[in-house]
Every structure is written in structure tokens, then in C-alpha cells.
Ligand binder design. Structure first.
Ligand code: UGA
Length: 433
């Protein structure tokens, strides 16, 4: 099949590359000329494990090409993905200007039937708006459908190639057939393609992310209560996660969820609810609890140092909102570093991938080449991302480098008895200090 992918951000690039890998001819379109040049030179602008191998192969074999021209990109394409940004506006609702801009441009240049797919996370009713924008000037038949993406950063290629399910929102039989053909290589193990109407597909995406954010937030509150009643949240997680109705995943308590998706989507769904006159109370609680959760450790650090962080150096491990990514959007680490600086502390940091992104935002802190270098002469360590290399460190070395053997861990990386045996004072989430 011939495909066009408009927008070479995270979702667009993964979608284009993976569909080239399944044998399609894919042209990626982006208005950013520098980005297109870099992609043509084999440079991938994001860090995503495994993407480079597929990217290189498909570029080399001529199935993956790049252009700045929408007209050239969509020529003869049977399927056109719109993978454009939908940044939150000031009121929290998703801003559709990029998607509707491209939809307006598409109408007059469509030459034959195409399925146009909203791949970005867009509010309920967007497929209808995109359809109307294209229809104004279209000379040929077309369908606009919703096909939300459920990939996680860091494991995006795997999630794309082996999806739990594919959700397709369209009532057009013609579009359904095209989608069945396109996704056939990805659902061979029996994972379903679930067809529904456009609005329900759009809603499914928000419901999925909001439910996962709710699940994490619920565990964060259980953790907060565990600290008070003297229980261990790890045991609670094991105790309830084994109930198949609850499930094991996304039950890890911590310093709050971040990233470009959960915060934005929970906020956008809350806004949609408001627009439709529905008071979605659980969503409001999720947002409020997560905001507090992100700030949870700072008072603990302050109390440990008798309220005074001036002249203290705090080492920070982990800046990205989760491991295997350099993405720092809504990352709990940033807010915490700022709070440390505001309290007069010095900060030394290490993250395997995300330091360059933070350097642009927060000057005045020391960026180190290794995790251990960040500890040298620091008064304490705070942990915000569960990178695997932080999981089994050399505790003896850490103890020698740190001025005080104290760790404030927002990701519960270590066992309590392990820390006691190694002589550390250890604060984590939902477990005794
Ligand atoms: C999320 C969804 O998981 C994807 O299905 C979805 O496609 C994507 O958003 C999107 O809408 O594009 P992502 O934001 O990449 O993916 O990351 P997650 O792995 O879901 O983690 C989100 C946040 O939750 C992270 O800050 C992570 O540390 C936190 N988290 C996750 C927890 O605190 N506890 C957990 O048990 C799991």
C-alpha cells in the first residue's frame, strides 16, 4: 500500500517507520525543512530504542522517504495519517489548529479515494471537523476515521508491532476494509481490531490514558496511607495485582506520573466533561493528587536537614519522566530540582539520556557524566527515574562519595532491609522510613 504520514513527531515517525517495515511505501511529510533534511540524512530526532534499526533498513530499501510537500507526499496515497501536535490550550482543551490546517490544505489536492486517519489524541468530534474541513474543497470521495495510538515511549516499536488491540473508529465499510488490510500483519496473533464509530474511538483513547492515570494515582494514595498506618505498598501491590480483575501493571506507586500524555489527556478529558456540563469528579481528584504527589519528597528532605537546605548539595539521579526516553515533559524531577534551588540548595544531576534537554531549561546546576560523579561530596541523593543502572548500584562506593548516607527515592528502587544492611537512611514512597 502507499501511505502518507503527515507530521514526523514521535507518533508519526514510529507509525511511518513501522508501516514501512510491514512492506508499505511510506512518505513522511513535515513542514520543518531542517527536520526533513536531518531525516533524509539518516538522523532520527528522538531517542526510542529499536527505532534506528527499522528506520535505517527501510530508508535503505527505499520504502521510507521524507518531504516537505504535502502534495508530493500524498500523491497516490491510499491512506493518509495525520500525526500532528495537539498542544493543550490555556483552558486545557486540545488545540486543533495544526490538524485543521492540514485538513484545509488536503481538500483541493486529493486526487483519488483516500482514508484519512486521525492518529493524534484528539477530542470527541474531531473526525467530523476534519471531514468538514476537507469536504469544503474536495473533488473526490474520502473517509476520515479515528485510529488512536496506544504506544508507550521507550517501548513504542514493540507496542506498535504487537498491539494489545487496534481501535478503529469508522462506520464506512470501504475504510474498514483498507484498515483490515493495513493492520493484518500486526494482529496475526489474534489480538483484535475493534471497530466502532468515530466518537467512541476518540473517547476510548482518553478513557484508556485517564484510567491508567487513575490507577497509578489510586496506588499513590494507598502508598501515602501506608506510610501513616505502617504498611508496605509493595506488598499491597502484589496482594491486589494478582487479582486478575485488577491486573499487575501500572500499580507502581511513586513520585507521580508525568510525560506528554497522561497530564495532557486527563486535563483535556476534564475540559470535555466541563464543556458537556458533566462534573467528572474522579478526574479532578486525579489531577489534584498527582500535583501533590510530585512535591511529596521536598518537605521530607527539608525536615531531614532541619528546615535548612542552604549550602547543602543534593544529587539527583534521573530527569526523564520515565526510563528509556530523553523526554522531560511534565517530569517530576524538574519541579523538584526547582524547589531545591528555591530553597537555596546546590544540585548535581545525572541522567543517561535527558541531560541535554534539561540544560536548556535549568542552568546553574551541575551536570555529571556518571551517576557516581553526581554523588561526589553531595549531602544526599534524590531519585526520580527508575533507569536500570540505578537499580543495583555499588552501595559501598555510594556511601564513600556521599557526605551523608541518605537517599530520598521517588521510585522505590531498593528493598528496605538492603538499605538498612548497607547503613543508609532511606525514604521511599509508601514504605516505612
Ligand atoms: C502513555 C500510555 O501508557 C500509552 O498507552 C499511550 O499511548 C501514551 O501515553 C500516549 O497517549 O501517547 P507514556 O506517557 O509513554 O504512555 O508512558 P507510561 O509508560 O504510560 O508512563 C506514564 C507515567 O506514569 C510515567 O511518569 C511513569 O513513571 C508513571 N507510572 C507508570 C507510574 O508512576 N506507575 C506505574 O505503575 C506506571
Amino acid at each position: 500500500m502507499k501511505l502518507a504520514v503527515v507530521g514526523t513527531g514521535y507518533v508519526g515517525l514510529v507509525t511511518g517507520t513501522c508501516f514501512a517495515e510491514t512492506g508499505n511505501q511510506v512518505t513522511c511529510v513535515d513542514i520543518d525543512i531542517n527536520k526533513v533534511e536531518r531525516l533524509r540524512n539518516g538522523e532520527i530526532p528522538i531517542y526510542e530504542p529499536g527505532l534506528d534499526v527499522l528506520f535505517d533498513r527501510n530508508v535503505a530499501e527505499g520504502r521510507l522517504t521524507f518531504t516537505t510537500s504535502l502534495q508530493e507526499g500524498i500523491k497516490d496515497a491510499e491512506v493518509i495519517f495525520l500525526a500532528l501536535p495537539t498542544p493543550p490550550g490555556e483552558d486545557g482543551s486540545a488545540d486543533l489548529k495544526y490538524i485543521l490546517g492540514v485538513a484545509n490544505d488536503l481538500g483541493p489536492i486529493l486526487e483519488s479515494y483516500a482514508v484519512i486517519i486521525d492518529k493524534s489524541t484528539v477530542p470527541v468530534g474531531t473526525a467530523e471537523k476534519v471531514h468538514a474541513a476537507i469536504a469544503k474543497n474536495a473533488k473526490v470521495d474520502f473517509d476520515v476515521i479515528s485510529n488512536p495510538e496506544f504506544l508507550r515511549e521507550g517501548v513504542a516499536v514493540e507496542d506498535f508491532m504487537k498491539p494489545d488491540r487496534v481501535v478503529i473508529g469508522t462506520t464506512s465499510e470501504k475504510a474498514q476494509k483498507v484498515m483490515e488490510k493495513l493492520y493484518a500483519p500486526l494482529v496475526r496473533q489474534g489480538n483484535p481490531i475493534i471497530f466502532m464509530d468515530e466518537r467512541s474511538a476518540e473517547m476510548t483513547k482518553y478513557a484508556a490514558n485517564s484510567f491508567l492515570a487513575l490507577k497509578i494515582t489510586f496506588m499513590n494514595e494507598i502508598a501515602n496511607l501506608c506510610e501513616k498506618v505502617g504498611a508496605n505498598v509493595d506488598d499491597i501491590r502484589r496482594g491486589i495485582g494478582t487479582d486478575s480483575r485488577i491486573g499487575k501493571r501500572f500499580l507502581f506507586a511513586g513520585i507521580g506520573y508525568g510525560g506528554s500524555c497522561f497530564p495532557k489527556d486527563v486535563q483535556a478529558l476534564a475540559k470535555t466533561s466541563e464543556d458537556y456540563g458533566y462534573d467528572f469528579r474522579t478526574l479532578k481528584s486525579v489531577m489534584a493528587v498527582n500535583d501533590d504527589q510530585k512535591k511529596k519528597l521536598i518537605p521530607v528532605v527539608k525536615e531531614y536537614f532541619d528546615g535548612d537546605l542552604k549550602d547543602k548539595t543534593i544529587a539527583v539521579w534521573g530527569l526523564a519522566f520515565k526510563p528509556y526516553t530523553d523526554d522531560i515533559r511534565e517530569a517530576p524531577a524538574l519541579e523538584n530540582i526547582q524547589a531545591l534551588l528555591d530553597a537555596g540548595a546546590k544540585v548535581t544531576v545525572y541522567d543517561p539520556e535527558a541531560m541535554d534537554n534539561v540544560k536548556r531549561l535549568i542552568p546553574g546546576i551541575t551536570y555529571c557524566h556518571t551517576a557516581y560523579a553526581a554523588l561526589d561530596d553531595a549531602d544526599a541523593l534524590m531519585i526520580f527515574t527508575e533507569w536500570p543502572q540505578f537499580r543495583t548500584p555499588d552501595f559501598e562506593k555510594m556511601g564513600k562519595l556521599l557526605k551523608e548516607k541518605v537517599i530520598f527515592d521517588g521510585r522505590n528502587l531498593y528493598e528496605l532491609d538492603q538499605m538498612r544492611d548497607n547503613g543508609f537512611t532511606y525514604y521511599s514512597i509508601g514504605r516505612e522510613a
